[in-house]
Design a protein around this ligand. Structure first.
Ligand SMILES: NC(=O)c1ccc[n+]([C@@H]2O[C@H](COP(=O)([O-])OP(=O)(O)OC[C@H]3O[C@@H](n4cnc5c(N)ncnc54)[C@H](O)[C@@H]3O)[C@@H](O)[C@H]2O)c1
Length: 122
């Protein structure tokens, strides 16, 4: 089956492995790009899963700008970055799967919900 869905992982620590293994089971999904503020972890994980180094980023906004073809992201960062990373991806028009807990507080969660309802780039 042709790989038609490009997925990026933001936060390549422990739980990201569950997302990655899930995506690898889906024939239409291409594990396309990785992002983590820890470059060493990022590159080790990318090498393990066959993501090319040119699609590895230490900043989620840089990744979203550089690779507009990404369809969806998994946000697997620490809790304090869930809102910022999810909102950036939603504003760029991506589908977002965010780890739990969703956010640090209700205000952040409401901002994420609003970003999901707005058309991209508003
Ligand atoms: N580990 C579990 O079993 C588990 C279970 C359920 C939920 N979760 C949730 O998953 C999330 C991640 O947990 P984990 O155990 O994988 O933590 P982890 O520390 O192993 O991995 C998190 C990664 O996110 C990176 N990161 C942090 N801020 C970032 C940012 N702004 N941009 C890019 N990368 C960033 C860190 O460098 C780290 O590599 C947490 O929200 C946690 O609550 C984890």
């Amino acid at each position: 089956m042709k790989k038609t869905i490009k997925v990026a992982i933001i936060g390549t620590g422990g739980i990201s492995e569950c997302h990655i293994e899930g995506y690898k089971k889906l024939p239409e999904v291409e594990l396309y790009a990785f992002c983590d503020i820890n470059r060493e972890r990022l590159e080790a994980k990318a090498a393990r899963h066959g993501v090319p180094v040119e699609r590895c980023f230490t900043d989620a906004n840089d990744m979203l700008r550089a690779l507009p073809e990404i369809d969806a992201v998994s946000v697997c960062t620490w809790n304090n970055a869930h809102a910022a990373c999810s909102i950036a991806a939603l504003k760029a028009g991506k589908h977002v799967l965010c780890e739990k807990p969703m956010a640090m507080n209700t205000r952040e969660a409401m901002a994420m919900k609003a970003a999901a309802r707005r058309p991209a780039s508003c």
